[in-house]
Design a protein around this ligand. Structure first.
Ligand code: FES
Length: 157
């Protein structure tokens, strides 16, 4: 029984865990990852969100942390939001236990499918169990109207 359990963990859970929590390599240097959004940055309306994804073999790095997230942690996607006039890029990794949250069209904010935490467009916790706000990504506008450059790392293929 123990052998079956061990083999299940190694063959099924371990690859998923590596995908969700990729190993950190302190020797990796940050670089700008250019992302084409589904909207022009200036056209993102108040209360609007635009989800973006890191290219294959790349990950964004969190600028700050809280709970399970720490500055420097990798994440594979994020949201650009406009809230009370401010643009923010937020890491998609829920600070509670690392699931990817999503925008809820009805609630008009973020909801994590794993345990129900909810977050405002500025990253603040609206509903637990999460107790820490969403992590930010460091970003700047790119050369194209729909492009942003986000801090990230090459994690290989
Ligand atoms: S991982 Fe998001 S609420 Fe638990």
């Amino acid at each position: 029984m123990a052998a079956i359990l061990t083999s299940t963990v190694v063959t099924v859970v371990a690859p998923l865990a590596v995908y969700i929590f990729p190993p950190r390599n302190p020797n990796q240097t940050k670089q700008k990852i250019r992302i084409a959004l589904d909207t022009q940055v200036d056209a993102l309306q108040e209360g609007g969100v635009s989800r973006f994804q890191a290219p294959a073999g790349m990950a964004f790095v969190m600028a700050d942390g809280g709970e399970g997230n720490s500055a420097g942690d990798p994440t594979f996607a994020g949201y650009l939001t406009r809230d009370r006039g401010n643009l923010r890029a937020l890491a998609i990794t829920c600070p509670h236990l690392g699931c990817s949250y999503a925008y809820d069209d009805g609630k008009r904010h973020f909801v994590c499918p794993c345990h129900g935490s909810e977050f405002a467009l500025d990253g603040a916790v609206l509903h637990g169990p999460a107790t820490s706000p969403l992590s930010h990504l460091t970003w700047q506008t790119g050369p194209g109207a729909n492009e942003i450059d986000v801090d990230g790392i090459n994690i290989g293929s």
